[in-house]
Write a protein that binds this ligand. Structure first.
Ligand code: ADP
Ligand code: ZN
Length: 731
């Protein structure tokens, strides 16, 4: 007889404790396999945490435990061998403990969909087929707004079924005969047969950085290199060195779609040794790539956040490119940050960890300054050209106004004209997608708000729909005001769509394209635009922050931030750091080769240091100033934060739980402890449940965490679920 401890998930809620089952089979069950278990009257997928052989009789066990555990049958054992090795399990435990998330949620974040301990995973394909949605008729009569949105997106060509965001809309369209689903066998993983490329020889600056990294007594080294300083080439050389001494390399990037270049560079240099963990891969492909890594057939893994858990053995180097980017932090439980996990993994494997950025996060820079991390920098561009000079345009000044446009100033319009006539490209960044940002009734002032979450709805010209950018709700553009019946709408604000249209009007001879997450929902379209821009088939590219990220476009002569103020009004201790980064990244896109490059920043707040110093790319001064602000505000890296949220169908219950938790924590007299709340988080309502949060800060969070867990578990038993975000980025 064996006594099994099984972890599992009940509905959407992960259960923190494990449950006991019995197994009568002869063979010893190894931990970390999946098995089917009966729980609360239903078959579920569990994850075996521990098994213990015993000579005890079943009756005695029941007597000792005080209940009779279910018996697991042989045919309910799913995996023959553990799907996680010991190192990854101990890493998972560390993540679970630090981020205060049930272990099962960490396993779910770690494993590809086909292997996650979830009921749905068993239905996931292990061989690759894909379902595609093919349009049959574009007749819109009797369709709902969501269905119309879907059909209009199909106008660009068939899409993968898994990419359809609303399954109900899809079902509706299928029923109404507007589209059909076709099963198509996917091409097997494409082996890389491209030409291999020889390494560039490093510039002295790059060589120095590489030596600093390798010789540093610290395991973690911050590589601060200005935009265009050739960090990628340093990563490639480091990787080569590590590979030749028998180690493997884990390369993390913020978003793989936006950095096809990184994958390309690595494949050209290292060929088929490179495995790519791509969120766009189908479940089958991801499973295949995962297995290939596990079998030891790849020596370099490139991927985004979750690739930090790749089952790559013998890791000797972990690189995190653009370490300051927020997408390294997972938005739901476990709210882990890939940078922290990479550092733990590095410790575990004895690997060097390189954090690369032009504008390091304040946390990392502070640690480097304290000597906790090693440090090396590259202050110049490979091209030898100086960083472009950014001119700030004060939008409050009359002389800067341009009568033909609300959003484009006179200096910007002139500069664009000049650049276009000398055959240079322009990048225009407006960090807000859509056409108008809001729509209101000009007669009665009724503002069109999202009925689901209350945010203002954005008008999208392309498909003539109102969309909510927070929760994804869509509706048809109204014909008349639901309050007063008039048809006089006022549109407020500007989004990328409207800006694009305006640029086309102002520069009719130029080729203008737009890139934002609406466009990027089609991977093909996005890749096409990036490639066309690189090949200079596009003169002006308008987009959101997507266009500022790490791209290397050689012919960009002008890069402009159309509205630098957008992020400033968003509350949160990191808002100015984000604005600073955006300004720097944007400027960094210009003048990356022969062309010197210029940058313009339009703002109504030229006095703000995030903007003024960003325009000068003066990281050092910004760092010093912002660290003072953080110290005064009691924010990281001076203090640790923890955001505890309660969720309940009744808003009063969530609020009560916050008040009671706050009181209980205050009673404990933790040193340097502060509690703020109840506060309304950004997303107040999720799936009909209300959220109320409590923000905790302290110089040492460890003793507090224990108590928080205890309290949160208490409310969970009372039917109020919780979400704990350790080291939140937004608060
Ligand atoms: P960063 O990531 O630091 O912004 P990149 O890695 O994109 O910079 O490098 C900028 C450009 O310089 C790229 O086009 C790259 O191919 C080129 N480059 C980098 N190192 C070298 C080198 N040693 N010799 C020649 N070209 C280089
Ligand atoms: Zn909404």
């Amino acid at each position: 007889m064996q006594i099994l401890s099984v972890l599992m998930e009940q509905g959407a809620r992960a259960l923190a404790e494990s449950f006991t089952y019995l197994y009568e089979g002869e063979e010893t069950l190894e931990p970390y396999i999946r098995l089917r278990v009966l729980f609360a009257g239903k078959m579920r997928i569990g994850f075996l945490e521990k098994s213990e052989k015993t000579t005890e009789k079943r009756g005695d066990i029941e007597k000792r435990l005080g209940f009779s555990p279910h018996v697991v049958n042989k045919e309910d054992i799913i995996d023959e061998a553990p799907i996680l090795d010991e190192n990854l399990v101990s890493l998972a435990k560390k993540v679970s403990e630090y981020y205060m998330a049930p272990l099962i949620t960490v396993f779910q974040a770690m494993l590809p969909p086909s292997l996650t301990p979830r009921t749905a995973s068993l239905k996931k394909p292990q061989i690759s087929y894909e379902k595609i949605v093919v349009p049959l008729s574009f007749d819109e009569t009797n369709l709902t707004p969501k269905q119309i949105e879907l059909m209009r997106s199909l106008a660009h060509g068939p899409i993968l079924k898994k990419d359809v965001s609303s399954t109900s809309a899809l079902e509706g369209c299928l029923k109404k005969g507007r589209c059909k689903i076709v099963l198509q066998e996917r091409k097997k993983r494409k082996a890389y047969f491209g030409e291999k490329e020889e390494a560039h020889s490093l510039l002295p600056m790059q060589k120095q950085a590489m030596e600093d990294i390798l010789s540093s007594s610290q395991n973690v080294v911050l590589l601060q290199g200005v935009t265009g300083s050739g960090k990628t080439e340093v990563y490639l050389h480091l990787s080569e060195k590590i590979l030749s001494s028998g180690g493997n390399v884990l390369m993390l990037v913020p978003e793989i779609n936006l950095t096809p270049r990184m994958v390309e560079y690595f494949q050209r240099r290292f060929g088929d040794q490179v495995a790519v963990l791509h969120s766009e891969l189908s479940d089958g492909e991801r499973y295949e790539e995962y297995r290939r890594i596990k079998r030891g057939e790849a020596s370099i893994v490139i991927g985004a956040r979750s690739a930090v858990f790749a089952p790559l053995p013998h890791i000797a180097l972990i690189i995190l490119d653009e370490e300051h980017v927020d997408s390294y932090k997972q938005e739901n439980m476990p709210h882990y940050h890939a940078r922290e996990v990479a550092i733990w993994r590095g410790e575990q494997e004895g690997a060097k960890v390189v954090l690369g950025s032009a504008t390091p996060s304040l946390e990392s820079k502070a640690r480097a300054n304290k000597g906790v991390y090693g440090y090396t920098e590259m202050k110049e561009r490979v091209s030898g050209k100086p960083l472009p000079q950014a001119t700030i345009i004060d939008m409050r000044k009359k002389e800067n106004r341009f009568k033909d446009s609300q959003k484009i100033s006179l200096p910007l319009a002139k500069k664009m004209k000049e650049k276009l006539s000398s055959h240079e490209q322009c990048l225009l960044l407006l960090n807000r997608r859509g056409y108008w940002v809001g729509v209101e009734c000009a007669s009665c002032g009724h503002l069109f708000l999202c009925p689901v979450c209350g945010s203002s709805l954005t008008y999208h010209f392309e498909d003539s729909l109102l969309k909510c950018h927070h929760c994804g709700h869509v509706e048809l553009y109204p014909k008349y005001c639901p309050i007063c019946g008039k048809v006089n709408f006022r549109r407020v604000g500007y989004g990328t769509e409207r800006l694009t249209e305006e640029i086309k009007r102002l520069f009719p001879e130029a080729t203008v394209e737009r890139l934002d997450s609406d466009v990027a929902s089609s991977k093909k379209r996005m890749e096409g635009i990036l490639q066309d821009f690189r090949n200079h088939k596009i003169d002006i590219l308008v987009g959101t922050q997507m266009i500022a990220k790490g791209h290397d476009f050689p012919d960009v002569g002008l890069s402009a931030l159309v509205d630098a103020d957008i992020g400033l009004s968003i509350p949160g201790y990191r808002s100015s750091e984000r604005v600073f980064n955006l300004v720097c990244q944007m400027i960094g896109r210009a003048g990356r080769s022969k062309i010197a490059g210029e940058a313009l920043v339009q703002t109504y707040n030229p006095q703000f240091s995030a903007i003024a110093l960003g325009a000068k790319q003066d990281y050092e001064t910004f760092y010093q100033k912002e660290m003072k602000v953080r110290k005064e505000g009691g924010n990281p890296p001076y203090r640790y934060l923890l955001l505890l949220s309660y969720l309940s169908h009744k808003v009063e219950r969530a609020e009560e739980a916050v008040f009671e938790t706050k009181e209980a924590l205050m009673k404990e007299d933790f040193p340097s402890f502060r509690a703020l709340g109840p506060i309304d988080p950004y997303y107040k309502e999720i799936d009909g449940r209300f959220r109320k949060s409590l923000l905790l800060t302290a110089k040492d969070m460890n003793p507090i965490k224990i108590k928080v867990k205890e309290l949160a578990e208490k409310y969970l038993k009372m039917g109020i679920s919780y979400d704990i975000d350790v080291d939140p980025l937004d608060s």
